[in-house]
Design a protein around this ligand. Sequence first.
Ligand code: NAP
Length: 251
Amino acid sequence: MVGRSAEKTATVADELERQGHPDDHREVERHTVDFARLDDVRALAATLAEQHRRIDVLANNAGASFPRRTTTVDGFETTFQVDHLAGYLLTRLLEEPLRAARGRVVTTSSFMHRIGPLPRRVTADPPRPYSGMLAYSRAKTMNALFTRELARRWAPDVTATCYTPGAVATSFGARSGGLSGLAWKLGLSRSFRTPAQGADTLVWLATAAEGWRNGGFHADRDTAPAMPWATDDRRARDLWQLSADAVGLPA
Ligand SMILES: NC(=O)c1ccc[n+]([C@@H]2O[C@H](COP(=O)([O-])OP(=O)(O)OC[C@H]3O[C@@H](n4cnc5c(N)ncnc54)[C@H](OP(=O)(O)O)[C@@H]3O)[C@@H](O)[C@H]2O)c1
């Protein structure tokens, strides 16, 4: 279990331990990390790689949307870093244990990637003028492009998929401000999916033997269409290079 808050992470990890089979009691490891700090991500990756020679599934799920433009300590716009770059770095640094397990990387994207095209020349810069929703849409497009390029580069050892959970009644909207926050205030979230329903496709992608497509976009336990800017091989290659440069790794 990886989370930003030690307390929340412990609550979920304790719950998982309680749900485990009584004859097979395993401790759920707890790690905390702030994706707005790349050094935190590097430290997490070093700990995980030291403790696990094999990693079967890495779920890149952390994400957020920010109504006002902010910059991380690493100098990147926060949505770009938290929703894409940190997961990219973590995945790259876990290449060895993921390959050793012939593992899977499952990334949580969103139907919101449909909102705005990612420019042909991919950059880490947010939209101008800044819009939290457009910055989020771009970052969620990056999740799909990252998945595509990762699948191409690490095949056949590692498979990579992404998915949209649909509109889910989590803490997301209440925190995001903007239109999502408004939907929450208006009570629309009552018709949203539960967190368990939202997570269903993630669990399926992590465990199902077939039905998904390596490098592909998914929803509701099936492959799903994504916008052209999220399935463009050139943008996917450019994003990989840009991200490698940003975190100081060779492409
Ligand atoms: N809810 C929806 O309708 C919806 C729709 C499509 C896609 N998604 C995607 O689903 C994923 C999960 O979101 P959610 O709906 O479950 O929202 P959530 O309840 O706000 O959960 C987001 C998670 O990301 C973590 N996180 C945020 N900023 C972080 C940071 N700087 N460092 C480390 N962790 C950080 C949060 O940790 P803290 O609790 O400590 O903040 C929390 O665990 C996100 O990628 C989101 O983009 C959600």
